[in-house]
Design a protein around this ligand. Structure first.
Ligand SMILES: C[S@@+](CC[C@H](N)C(=O)[O-])C[C@H]1O[C@@H](n2cnc3c(N)ncnc32)[C@H](O)[C@@H]1O
Length: 363
């Protein structure tokens, strides 16, 4: 189970990130700018090649050891020359590795595409470059010109309705969200002590994985996953399978209207970034009305740092603009939204993942 993983200290992770940023900038300064720009322009090809390897399940096929392109192609139902060229291109990026005899093997990067990887990236790779998502991103120009999401224009419905109508894509999306969630559960539960709480409400808690991980760490606590009726059935399964049926329950509803009353810990993980400021204000006010005196609100998001450094939130922010009209926010922006809803931002806790935990108390 991912939460049992030992996490590196967030400070060490930030140091490594700064070193990487330094090397990256140095590399950029040393290369002729057109060469670096060409690499950026073609970066989407790498991403698409990863998606193809993930979709074909090549990393699973190589789990037992190296194989020739012909052997791989037979097992995944593809063309041997196509597979060889795909894997040669990916090996040039450190994903897969060819030996002298021309057989391909897994590398640590390629292993993340295995279905049974400890923190699998396969579904994220498949969803990010699914044809529909590529089509949405091809409208980024529109979103930047208008400041509006493009879904209504491109699909005639919002993104959630579009997923509802496309079950296959919805499955790919849900699997990707589960992979994202697994990627962040261990860092979040390692960075924040949930043991003092007795009643945790995961607002927009999705499939319930976060609440299950928290309750595993906080044996005194009970919990509720609050989400739309379309999501809570999956959450009930997660909680039952985790042996938490006696301490956790699900409740269906819209956080734009209300949230369950009386918790001493309210979580909003990867929820607020889906919404414009007006709806965020509404959600926060609903939590403010429901939270027990002395309770804590924890917002878990990609908090955009000041300055020009790289951070995944800066690209995810474009995804939010494009698909849902939401945004990734800075600490200052979050502080203001919290204050306007009757909360004081007390601490910003870094995790070993790019997510931060914003701890706020009602005032
Ligand atoms: C990006 S997902 C995050 C899920 C989960 N917190 C996580 O981190 O994996 C956003 C969640 O908000 C839920 N949601 C969207 N609109 C909602 C509403 N009006 N009321 C309650 N939940 C809603 C979605 O169903 C989804 O589970």
């Amino acid at each position: 189970m991912p939460v049992a993983q030992k996490m590196p200290p967030p400070r060490l992770v930030r140091l490594v990130e700064r070193l990487r940023e330094g090397v990256f900038r140095l590399h950029q300064r040393m290369m002729p700018p057109p060469v670096t720009m060409l690499e950026m322009i073609t970066a989407g090809m790498v991403s698409q090649a990863v998606q193809v390897a993930a979709t074909l399940g090549i990393a699973d096929v190589l789990a037992e050891g190296p194989l020739t392109p012909e052997e791989i192609a037979r097992q995944v139902g593809a063309d041997a020359d196509g597979v060889r060229r795909l894997l040669r291109a990916l090996a040039s990026q450190g994903v897969f590795r060819a030996d002298r005899s021309g057989r391909f093997a897994l590398t640590p990067l390629a292993s993340t595409l295995r279905s049974d990887a400890e923190m699998p990236m396969r579904s994220i790779a498949i969803f990010t470059n699914a044809p529909e998502q590529r089509e949405h991103w091809s409208h980024l120009l529109d979103a930047v010109r208008t400041g509006e999401p493009v879904m209504e224009k491109v699909r005639g419905v919002d993104v959630w309705t579009f997923f509802e109508k496309n079950e296959e894509l919805a499955d790919v999306f849900n699997d990707a969200m589960t992979d994202f969630s697994n990627f962040t559960l261990a860092p979040v539960t390692a960075a924040y002590d949930f043991r003092p709480f007795t009643s945790v409400v995961d607002v927009g808690g999705g499939q319930g994985a976060m609440l299950a991980a928290i309750l595993a760490r906080a044996p005194r606590a009970e919990g509720v996953v609050f989400d739309l009726s379309s999501a809570v059935a999956g959450a009930a399964d997660t909680l039952r399978n985790a042996g938490l049926a006696d301490r956790a329950r699900v409740e269906a509803g819209s956080f734009l209207e209300r949230v369950p009353e009386g918790g001493d810990c309210y979580l909003l993980k990867n929820v607020l970034h889906n919404w414009p400021d007006e709806e965020v204000a509404l959600i926060l006010r609903n939590v403010r009305r429901a939270i027990a005196p002395g309770g804590r609100l924890l917002i878990i998001e990609l908090i955009i740092p000041e300055g020009n450094g790289s951070h995944p939130g800066k690209l995810s922010d474009l995804d939010m603009l494009l698909l849902v009209g939401g945004r990734e926010r800075t600490e200052a922006e979050s502080r203001t939204l919290l204050a306007n809803a009757g909360f004081r931002l007390d601490r910003v806790i870094q995790t070993a993942s790019p997510l931060s935990v914003l701890e706020a108390t009602p005032v």
